[in-house]
Design a binder for this molecule. Structure first.
Ligand code: ADP
Ligand code: MG
Length: 290
C-alpha cells in the first residue's frame, strides 16, 4: 500500500456531531483500526469527558486515567506538546491520549484564560499541541463530546478532515444541521479575525445505524442526500446487533472478526466499515498529495 510520503505531515480527522449515540466513538475506533491494518501509524485522542473511547481501549477513565495523562494540561497551559499524554494500547500501531470526567473543567479553564489574555487563542490550543505528533504519526483521529464545547472547537480547529456519523432519523438529521453550521461559520470566523482561512480537506457524512427495512429512514436518507449532496459517503453502516455487541465487549468489527466471520449480519457490518475506511484512506492520500 501507498503510505504517507516523506515530508508530509499526519492528517488529523475529527469525528463529531452534537448528538449523542450516533456512533461517533465506534466510528473513531473502527477508523483507527482499519487505517492501522492498512499500515498507517495512528494516534487517537479522546476529547470526550465521558471517556467512552478510553473505555473501548480497556481503561477505566476515572480510576486508570490521571489528570496529567489527558489533554487537560495542554488546555491549562502546563504543557505545550501532547507527547506527555501518549500511551500505547492493546492494538499494535495505535497510541492513545485518554480522557476522563475531569476533562470537563476545560470548559472553564479556556474561557478564563481568554478573558485574562486577549492574545490567547482558545481555539488553537490542541492544534498547536499536536504539532510534533504530526511528524510522528500518519493519522490522528479525535473523538469529541456530543456538545458545542470549547473542546469540540479545539478538535475542529486542529483537524484537516471531519466525519459526521448520522443515523437516518428525523431528530438526528435536525440536530446535525447545528454541527454543520459550526464548522462552516464559526471556524471561519475565528480564523478570519486573525487574517487566516480554514479549509478542510474533506467533510464527510457517514450514514450509520441504517435499518434497511425502515420506510421512514428511507425518507430521511433522501433529505440527507438533498441537504448534504456530495458530502455523503457512498456507504451505509447497517444497524446490527453484531456492531453493538462488538462495542459492548470493548471492541469493533475488527476486534471480533475471527469469531463472527461466518454470520451474515456481521459480515455485512464488517464489509461496510471496511469500505468506509477505504474511502477515508483515499481522501487521506489526496490530502498528502496536495
Ligand atoms: P456516540 O459516541 O456518538 O455517543 P457510540 O459510538 O458510543 O456513539 O454508539 C452508541 C451506541 O450505538 C453504542 O451502544 C454502540 O455500541 C451502538 N452502535 C454503534 N454502531 C452500531 C451499529 N452499526 N449498529 C447498532 N448499534 C451500534
Ligand atoms: Mg462517544
Amino acid at each position: 500500500a501507498e503510505l504517507r510520503p516523506e515530508g508530509a505531515e499526519a492528517i488529523t480527522i475529527t469525528v463529531g456531531n452534537f448528538k449523542g449515540g450516533v456512533t461517533k466513538t465506534t466510528t473513531a475506533l473502527t477508523l483507527a483500526q482499519g487505517l492501522s491494518l492498512r499500515g498507517h501509524k495512528v494516534l487517537v485522542i479522546d476529547c470526550d469527558p465521558q471517556g467512552s473511547l478510553t473505555t473501548l481501549f480497556g481503561l477505566l477513565p476515572d480510576s486508570e486515567v490521571s489528570m496529567d495523562e489527558t489533554v487537560l494540561p495542554l488546555f491549562s497551559g502546563e504543557q505545550t506538546e501532547i507527547a506527555y499524554a501518549i500511551r500505547p494500547t492493546y492494538w499494535d500501531g495505535i497510541d492513545l491520549v485518554a480522557a476522563a470526567s475531569f476533562l470537563f473543567s476545560a470548559e472553564f479553564i479556556l474561557p478564563a484564560k481568554q478573558s485574562k489574555d486577549s492574545n490567547f487563542e482558545f481555539w488553537n490550543v490542541l492544534n498547536f499541541g499536536i504539532d510534533r505528533a504530526r511528524l510522528e504519526y500518519d493519522v490522528i483521529v479525535i473523538d469529541t463530546p456530543p456538545a458545542l464545547s470549547y473542546t469540540t472547537i479545539n478538535a475542529l480547529m486542529a483537524s484537516d478532515g471531519i466525519i459526521m456519523p448520522l443515523p437516518p432519523s428525523a431528530l438526528d438529521f435536525a440536530s446535525s444541521a447545528q454541527f454543520w453550521d459550526l464548522f462552516s461559520d464559526l471556524t471561519n470566523q475565528l480564523i478570519r479575525n486573525r487574517g487566516g482561512k480554514k479549509e478542510f480537506a474533506f467533510i464527510d457524512i457517514l450514514l450509520a445505524k441504517v435499518e434497511a427495512s425502515d420506510i421512514s429512514s428511507s425518507f430521511v436518507r433522501e433529505w440527507i442526500a438533498a441537504a448534504y449532496t456530495d458530502k455523503v459517503l457512498p456507504v451505509e453502516i447497517p444497524k446490527t446487533a453484531a456492531a453493538s455487541t462488538a462495542s459492548a465487549e470493548f471492541g469493533t468489527v475488527y476486534d471480533s472478526a475471527p469469531e463472527n466471520a461466518s454470520t451474515r449480519t456481521f459480515k455485512r457490518a464488517f464489509e461496510a466499515y471496511d469500505r468506509f475506511v477505504e474511502l477515508i484512506e483515499s481522501q487521506v492520500r489526496t490530502f498528502w498529495r496536495r
